[in-house]
Design a protein around this ligand. Structure first.
Ligand code: T1G
Ligand code: NAD
Length: 646
């Protein structure tokens, strides 16, 4: 049974139980529809508490039903029916009341929630707008300003803030059911408030909407749904309730069939499938209680910060006392930044730093469960580190390398117990970027592999399994992408045109401005290393620039010139001069065609990666590009965007 009814005196308790997240399947909608009828007809019931079993309140429409024809009862009708019930309903919220779940809660006369609950309308993140009055009822509860924030961002809001803004009526502590029943009894002693649809709402002036249109357009980065949601919200406060409802519904139905919505649904399910690969379902990961990081540079400090954020104590090993001090300073810098942005309290930051033991002494690693190496990208340096780890760590400790390009098999060659060895490739900044490439060597045990995925879940990252090749999945595709962009430059397409085309496609930055930001020297050194090892690596345009001292913004110029103190790229006549012999006369190419070509190149490399079994699924490649390289989420990733699915 998905919906059951119990009684506590004159209060009826309706319990929803539809695992895993109480999504509003047809059966659940029908169950709630019938419950309204049953309870309206029961003369002994004076109020109703709606509560959910399991990990969360109703988490929204059932996303798996989106491709299918809608079955009655339709959600907007159900929300109206609950609102129109003869007895007042009280939604009792734990976990998340999202999308249709929050819309059902807004159909109730009251909403109460536990302190750690949240409410939200994430529909725009699925490429749609709320489809059951979210844009129409939210401003009537909390005003237009807050409704715009909630609906156009899709971000959930914690109970406390929701209570202050009027979205919920009370935060209850202790037992939720007791709290909600008590609230209902108390509410019956006072006159009832109007149903949400009947509450007045102030309509802001045209300047308000003009300003919101600007900020929403900027934040949406090409996604269509946020602006359409803004449109619905304006209608909601300017038109009568039924007209606004019809407008919202029409927008919802139109967007549901859109390419962007299909792409975002693809990403939604890919993100939920990736952390739990079917092949590892039956494998228990090893416990992760204490972790260590070797190297406190850019990556090591970021990884240590991520581990601390997940509550693990961390040992940080550096090569000398100065480097220990720099490592701690790097770590502090990360947490101070979070404090400045208001994401962390000063005391919390202090607590996070104090959970790191920084040392030069490998003996401190005797009892850690996991070590992540992030020292210089030099095989000799890494091998020396692993040799020490082999000596001091427990025999069952997982030993991981964060190498970007080196062969993980060579790094640990000769270290005893290769079944515990694995590549864990983080992305910079490691405490922020969601992607984690997990690279087992042939000997890696299933349990160690499962531990890599468990670590990703613990750190709230998106894990993707990758095979061993130069650059694994992401950097290998990046190399192809950059080479294809350079090839266009050689054909005479302007550097700034290529960057503009990729921005128009939805990237925050084009390939050349991104290199100027990150530095051209890293890839250059990697190519030089390969050349020194006897590989045939043709000269790139980037090589010419680096040799001329142009390593990017940090040297005052790379593919572009920079005015000191300004990050805005300026086309460079020096670069034109340096590359003169390499470039064909000016060629024009439509921006759409540039983007289509470069994305097709990424997808072609992705296809090769699949054929070689370096990646398991096209969706994994899409996740790598979206979470590691800024590929626009609403395009679904290079594979999805070029029709390679499955
Ligand atoms: N529909 C179907 N399945 C869903 C689902 C949903 N809405 N949400 C989650 N699942 C599955 C998920 O695939 C996974 O499956 C399992 O549940 C656990 O998910 C009309 C248009 C609630 C915060 O966008 O944000 O309402 O892998 O691992 O970390 O306006 O799930 O186990 O087989 O994420 O505990 C709006 C999306 C829909 C909510 C719980 N709602 N879900 O997090 O679990 S649009 C959403 C979440 C809408 C109306 C409209 C999270 C969560 P499996 P999980 P979690
Ligand atoms: P970095 O130069 O910022 O940091 C390396 C740190 O390792 C330095 O602090 C150095 O003192 C320390 N170190 C060197 N030898 C050591 C030793 N024997 N024992 C202990 N510490 C030692 O480099 P980084 O950018 O953090 O890169 C580290 C690793 O992460 C490299 O393998 C790199 O390829 C990889 N990586 C880098 C990025 C990136 O964007 N920077 C992204 C993913 C992976």
């Amino acid at each position: 049974m998905t919906v059951t009814i119990a009684r506590q005196g004159e209060i009826a308790v309706v319990t929803v139980d539809n695992p895993p997240v109480n999504a509003l399947s047809q059966a659940l909608r029908q169950g709630l529809w019938d419950a309204v009828g049953t309870l309206d007809a029961d003369p002994e019931v004076r109020a109703v508490v709606l509560i959910c079993a399991g990990r969360t309140f109703i988490a929204g429409a059932d996303v798996t039903e989106f491709g299918k024809p809608p079955q009655p009862p339709h959600l907007p009708d159900l929300v109206d029916r609950i609102e129109g019930a003869a007895k007042p309903w009280v939604a009792a919220i734990h976990g998340s009341a999202l999308g249709g779940g929050f819309e059902v809660a807004m159909g109730c006369r009251f909403r109460v929630a536990l302190p750690d609950a949240s409410v939200g309308l994430p529909e725009v993140t699925l490429g749609i707008v709320p489809g059951a009055s979210g844009t129409v009822r939210t401003p009537r509860l909390a005003g237009a300003e807050l409704a715009v924030e909630l609906v156009t961002s899709g971000r959930p809001m914690r109970a406390q803030k929701a209570a202050v803004s009027g979205l919920i009526d009370a935060v209850v502590t202790g037992d939720l059911l007791d709290g909600a029943v008590g609230f209902a009894r108390e509410a019956l002693t006072r006159p009832l408030p109007a149903p949400v649809s009947a509450r007045p709402v102030a309509a802001p002036d045209a300047a308000f909407w003009a300003e919101k249109e600007k900020s929403v357009t900027k934040a949406a980065k090409g996604a269509a749904a946020p602006l359409r949601a803004l449109d619905c919200l304006r209608k909601a406060v300017e038109a009568p309730f039924p007209e606004a409802m019809a407008y919202e519904r029409a927008t919802f139905l139109e967007l549901r069939g859109s390419d962007q919505a299909a792409a975002l649904r693809h990403v939604f399910f890919a993100e939920r499938t990736a952390p739990r690969p079917a092949a590892l379902r039956a494998v228990d990961p090893l416990p992760l209680r204490r972790a260590a990081v070797i190297g406190g540079g850019t990556m090591g400090a970021g990884i240590a910060a991520a581990l601390r954020g997940a509550g693990l104590p961390v040992v940080l090993v550096e090569r000398d006392d100065d480097a220990v001090a720099r490592g701690i300073a790097n770590l502090r810098g990360i947490f101070d930044g979070a404090v400045r942005r208001g994401r962390l309290g000063t005391a919390q930051a202090e607590e996070l730093v104090s959970g790191v033991t920084a040392t030069t002494d490998y003996a401190a690693l005797a009892d850690v469960d996991l070590v992540i190496e992030a020292v210089f990208e030099e095989i000799g340096v890494k091998q020396a580190v692993f040799e020490q780890l082999g000596r001091v760590c427990r025999a069952d400790a997982v030993l991981a390398t964060n190498t970007s390009y080196l062969d993980p098999r060579k790094i640990a060659a000769g270290v005893p117990g290769s079944e515990r060895f694995i590549g864990l490739h983080f992305f910079s900044p490691a405490n922020v970027m969601k992607l984690l490439e997990i690279v087992p060597v042939p000997e890696t045990s299933e349990q160690v592999l499962a531990t890599g995925f468990a670590l990703a879940r613990l750190l709230k990252k998106i894990p993707v399994r990758a095979g061993i090749c130069e650059g694994f999945i992401g950097n290998r595709i990046l190399k192809r992408y950059r080479a294809a962009a350079e090839a266009l430059v050689r054909q005479g397409v302007a550097i700034a045109e290529i960057d503009a085309a990729m921005r128009a496609y939805g990237f925050a930055m084009g390939p050349f401005e991104a290199q100027d930001l990150g530095g051209l020297d890293i890839a250059y050194l990697q190519r030089e290393g390969a050349r020194a090892a006897g590989q045939d690596v043709p000269e790139t345009l980037g090589d010419i620039l680096v040799r001329a001292g142009r390593k990017g913004q940090k040297t005052g110029g790379g593919w572009y010139d920079y005015v000191p103190g300004d990050r805005k790229p300026q086309p460079s006549s020096t670069v034109t001069g340096l590359l003169a012999g390499q470039i064909a006369p000016v060629a024009t190419m439509e921006r759409n065609a540039i983007a289509a070509h470069l994305v097709a190149e990424m997808a072609a490399e992705g296809q090769a990666i699949l054929t070689e079994a370096i990646a398991q699924l096209p969706a994994d490649i899409d996740l790598v590009e979206i979470h590691g390289y800024g590929f626009p989420r609403w395009r679904g990733g290079p594979m999805f965007a070029t029709g390679i699915r499955g």
